[in-house]
Ligand binder design. Structure first.
Ligand SMILES: Cc1cc2nc3c(=O)[nH]c(=O)nc-3n(C[C@H](O)[C@H](O)[C@H](O)COP(=O)(O)OP(=O)(O)OC[C@H]3O[C@@H](n4cnc5c(N)ncnc54)[C@H](O)[C@@H]3O)c2cc1C
Length: 404
């Protein structure tokens, strides 16, 4: 069974929860009002306070200024920070920076670490990850058109990407590009290359409108182009042809981060659902929460969230003890299961709030719009279900051993 949450972690969780309640939640109306410009200086002040409290970049080792947590322990922290969409950013462990930090830590050269990783950890810059292309199925990204051709000491990159989250205002992108088009093994054709976004030839075409919101800065998803974009070959991450290997390393931990964030969001939605049900009168003296349907929603949500939390923590524990590749079945299982739970819980919470749930006077409509994407990014539901089913079917002999 799991390690217990020790007193130290409990105290940290309490500090984070209090900070979120007193310092970050008051900023949510500004966020829901799309006042991003007004929000940034306020967020900066909160980020400085988090540094002073010693809670900055909690996912990193103590030597790097973090809390030295295991993935299992960080799962708890991530759930607490997810109470608000601003939480992970204020503590400097937001996607895609957290994933890029992990890739750079593991694969960057000393020079790359000095130039890109250090300022990322300090919160001085932001980054993005550019893999998906509008012209190809992102759920099977081995097929891509973006190329990086060698020319002397440089790579010359040409390509079209979209849904490059947080590219607006980012300092650099980690770009997946084909360096070995003739390679027979499809997973060995692409490499990851760091591209500073002030490089001539890089264009941010637009921030894509998503579910009625365009967004800016960290809260955006961009369409971008690379046209004869020249970067030194020393910007290669890892080895040539290892792009998918690096991406796979990143995704295992990344899915724990996402899933625990979704558990936190679901828990907040349940809390709001209960508060509303326990106070809204449907006629004088009769509360909404007296109705069996609402009670069923509350009970089912509680059960599903509790199951999700245990599944994700168990997977994190397995990654801690073994590796991401050893936990492939569990990672795919939690990816589609927890995203589905969050969708259902948000839907019930919104329904319980009636018309109020449709407004931006509460956080529910934002979560409902924004988190629909959870069933698509980092692998759509259907792809993960296939991984799970194929892995289980392999345990059976006879007709299931071939052809699935
Ligand atoms: C909000 C958001 C943020 C994102 N951020 C980033 C980012 O920062 N960087 C980046 O590179 N990408 C990012 N993405 C892109 C994301 O990774 C892709 O959208 C995802 O991989 C799916 O690819 P696709 O959209 O091309 O869908 P497609 O591959 O065209 O698939 C469409 C649908 O087909 C179905 N399907 C696909 N394959 C199968 C299968 N094998 N079996 C059954 N059904 C299947 C699924 O229902 C799927 O939703 C983001 C996407 C969103 C929505």
């Amino acid at each position: 069974m799991f390690a217990q949450i020790d007193d130290g972690l409990n105290a940290t969780l309490e500090k984070i929860k209090t900070f979120i309640e007193t310092e970050i939640l008051p900023l949510e109306p500004m966020f829901l009002n799309h006042d991003f410009d007004g929000l940034l200086p306020e967020l900066e002040k909160r980020r400085n306070k988090v540094k002073e409290m010693g809670l900055w970049t909690p996912h990193l080792s103590k030597e790097l200024g973090g809390l030295g947590l295991s993935l299992y322990q960080f799962g708890h922290v991530s759930e607490a920070m997810a109470y608000t969409p601003l939480g992970h950013y204020v503590f400097n462990c937001q996607a895609p920076d957290i994933g890029n930090t992990e890739i750079l830590l593991e694969h960057a050269t000393d020079e790359q670490k000095e130039r890109f990783l250090k300022p990322l950890i300090n919160g001085e810059i932001r980054s993005c990850f550019a893999m998906t292309e509008p012209e190809h199925a992102g759920s099977n990204p081995v097929y891509m058109s973006t190329s990086a051709e060698k020319d002397g000491d440089d790579y010359v990159i040409n390509g079209h990407k979209w849904f490059t989250s947080a590219a607006d205002g980012a300092n650099f992108a980690i770009v997946m590009a084909v360096t070995h088009p003739g390679e027979e093994h499809l997973h060995k054709r692409a490499s990851q290359i760091i591209v500073p976004l002030d490089t001539p030839g890089f264009t941010l075409v637009r921030n894509i409108p998503v579910m009625g919101e365009v967004g800016t800065g960290y809260f955006s998803h961009a369409e971008v182009r690379f046209e004869n974009c020249r970067v030194p070959r020393s910007n290669l991450l890892g080895k040539e042809g290892e792009g998918f290997l690096l991406a796979q390393n990143r995704l295992g931990r990344g899915r724990i981060h996402h899933c625990m964030r979704w558990v936190g969001i679901s828990e907040r939605a349940l809390e709001m659902m209960c508060r509303r049900a326990a106070t809204r009168e449907i006629k004088p003296g009769t509360l909404l929460g007296s109705r069996q349907t609402i009670q069923n929603w509350i009970a089912e949500s509680h059960a599903e969230i509790s199951a999700s939390r245990l599944m994700v923590l168990q997977t994190a524990d397995k990654i801690d003890r073994e590796s991401s590749s050893a936990a492939r079945l569990e990672i795919s299982t939690i990816k589609f299961y927890v995203a589905g739970v969050m969708q259902r819980v948000l839907d019930r919470a919104l329904q319980t709030h009636g018309a109020l749930g449709m407004t931006d006077d509460t956080i529910l409509a934002y979560f409902y719009r924004h988190e629909r994407a959870s069933r698509i990014y980092d692998g759509p539901d259907e792809v993960h279900k296939r991984v799970v089913a194929r892995s289980l079917l392999k345990n059976y002999s006879g007709k299931y051993t071939v052809g699935f």
